[in-house]
Design a protein around this ligand. Structure first.
Ligand code: NAP
Length: 324
């Protein structure tokens, strides 16, 4: 089968097309013919960072090649002996084996049945593939960790990106008042997703404009605590800071609690007990049209390097999809 292998750690040009064996499924897995793959910032991070790649590959199976990727939508072509949830020809999507070796940049993948859900018939493979890691991250942050509820005032940083554009839509679904933060060029896009207000991070200081948020979903990279400190200021006493990039230390967490009664919680997308139920909820939102995947680029498999060149700019609008 065709797959994209990583020749060596480095730039997007190291992602090259190769012919590799079709994976052999375990008893609890299904073989999926991949119709669409979603690209995330972590893909580029692992591609260029030895420590990250070593970590992913500490879960390595017997594969000969390094194949990146964790997010797919496709069609089940074979089922393992112990599989009960799916049958041949089912259309499925999911984020699987994260942060191990999932080998998603390929024409076929072997995925555990528990990490896939049925794709609604009226949702395209591309839109479903997009709503995997990015959508789960937004969901875990706002719903599972942030316990979002009707009437909450919520700040979504990176509202134009993969995670953020789902976060805005989920927050609106749960009846929140949403302030989306991104670049001015993406103002109409973010407001079009349903955000009630827009802040341009390049020309405005959000913490000077908002001081009564219930939740801040913070996905902005900074070498220190500077950005999450600013996010703290935008919260009301009793609010919750959801930190998706920075790992706040105990001193920061304790101080936020003592001085402002703010809870600081780290969010990591990871396999959870509610994964299937959450993904099924997301599938229903996609099917009803209440939540949409915005796709800014679709590339054929052999142009994976182009997808990586864009995702690593940190200015992706919505999702980038690759089709085998
Ligand atoms: N903790 C976890 O489990 C987890 C899971 C998934 C992703 N993440 C991380 O979450 C972040 C967002 O992921 P994504 O997939 O949404 O990425 P993305 O699609 O690349 O989106 C990036 C977003 O960040 C905004 N942005 C870029 N530079 C910024 C800056 N200097 N200040 C403020 N905003 C800035 C962009 O806005 P404009 O383009 O409008 O400027 C865009 O909305 C990434 O760093 C990713 O690694 C964490």
């Amino acid at each position: 089968m065709r797959a994209i292998i990583l020749k060596e750690i480095g730039g997007p040009e190291n992602l090259i097309l190769a012919d590799v064996p079709v994976p052999i499924i375990l008893d609890n897995e299904v073989l999926v013919q991949v119709k669409a793959i979603s690209i995330n910032p972590v893909d580029a991070f692992v591609r260029r960072t030895k420590e990250a790649l070593d970590w992913v590959y500490s879960y390595k199976g017997t594969e000969e090649h390094i194949i990146l990727g964790w997010d797919v939508a496709g069609v089940v072509t074979e089922t393992g002996k112990a599989v009960t949830k799916f049958k041949k020809d089912d259309e499925v999507f999911g984020n699987f084996k994260f942060v191990g070796q999932a080998n998603a940049y390929a024409e076929y993948v072997a995925a555990p049945e528990t990490e896939l859900v049925l794709k609604p018939a009226n949702v395209s493979f591309e839109a479903a593939a997009g709503a995997t890691m990015a959508a789960m991250t937004a969901w875990m942050s706002l719903v599972n960790v942030g316990k979002i509820k009707k009437g909450d005032k919520v700040i979504i940083h990176g509202a134009s990106g993969g995670v953020g554009h789902y976060a805005v839509q989920f927050a609106k679904h749960f009846g929140a008042y949403v302030i989306g933060i991104a670049s001015e060029t993406n103002r109409d896009f973010v407001l079009g997703l349903g955000a009630d207000e827009f802040i341009d991070y390049k020309t405005q200081f959000f913490e000077e404009l908002v001081n009564d948020a219930d939740l801040v979903h913070d996905t902005v990279w900074s070498d220190d605590d500077k950005h999450i400190e600013r996010s703290l200021k935008a919260l009301k006493p009793g609010g919750t800071l959801l930190s998706l990039i920075v790992y706040p230390d105990q001193e920061f967490i304790g101080k936020a609690k003592a001085e402002k009664n703010v809870s600081v919680l780290r969010v990591n997308v990871s396999p959870s007990a509610t994964y299937e139920q959450d993904m099924e909820y997301i599938a229903r939102l996609l099917s009803s049209g209440e939540v949409k995947t915005h796709i800014s680029h679709i590339f054929p498999l052999e142009e994976m390097h182009k997808a990586h060149a864009i995702i690593q700019t940190k200015n992706t609008v919505g999702k980038i999809i690759v089709t085998p």
